[in-house]
Design a protein around this ligand. Sequence first.
Ligand code: ATP
Ligand code: ZN
Length: 296
Amino acid sequence: MTDQEQRLRIAVQKKGQLADKSLQLFEQAGLKISRGANDLLYRAENFPADFLRVRDDDIPQFVASGACALGIVGENVLQEDLPDLQADTVDVARPLGFGQCTLKIAVPNEMTYDSVQDLAGLSIATSYPVLLRQYLSERNVAASVVEMSGAVEVAPRLKVADVICDLVSTGQTLAANGLRAVDTVMNSEAVLIRHTGEKTLYPEDLIARLLRRIDGVLATRETKYIMMNAPESALDDIIEILPGAGSPTVTPLAGEPGQVAIHAVCQESVFWETLERLKAAGSSAILVLPIEKMML
Ligand code: ATP
Ligand code: ZN
């Protein structure tokens, strides 16, 4: 019998928000991934790694069990699944700077909301019962949690629940359903997770080599200077969308009352997604420029 070459198995989302960017990260790290006939498993041609393509909800379990050495998943999904996983079998190896989204509480437009205490006695529909229950119990709020696997935003209209707790990116889905976001339960991004259980199924040196390459990719991602015009009233929304931008510079536009120019330093890794969200929030004339030198 010949020695089989030991290969890393890496769990990635098959289809959805994280699917393309997950594979791109490994490609930027130099892996040639052949999208072969086997839809479930893609193979890297020039590195001993294979990509298991699954639903994102299954990824924490695949890594915790050791079936995969590494995986990429939204931090929201990891945190939601943690209580179901055997302790000390998985940890976050690297935050990846894409897949940003926010888990929010949203209420019907006509409902008054001053603080989280207003949720007491209400029913809240969500696909994230673990995260929501943690949020409520940390604030000593007694509310009932209605678990739904999707289409959470229609729950108040259908009288399935009073309010919702759901992932929000532009807020458009909320608006279309007569809802408004009032509180943040969690800010999330994609993370690289690693198996940390007893049985070391994979060679450490191979994982270390891959992590070094990924660190290289993350470090060399260029920052960009982003400029746009927007109604001053949209400023809060826009600042929330700009990731890691610190305090942007805001100046009035001559001859256009109520309009401002916004300048900020932003990460390229969220560039297109960010642009789309900025536009949806009311920005126009959005420009993105490379930064040649920067001193902080
Ligand atoms: P699956 O079929 O794999 O179960 P899904 O429908 O549960 O997919 P997606 O909508 O593809 O999941 O989202 C996957 C993850 O991407 C989410 O858990 C979240 O971390 C992140 N995400 C969700 N919405 C966005 C968004 N608009 N922009 C960026 N990232 C997002
Ligand atoms: Zn899912």
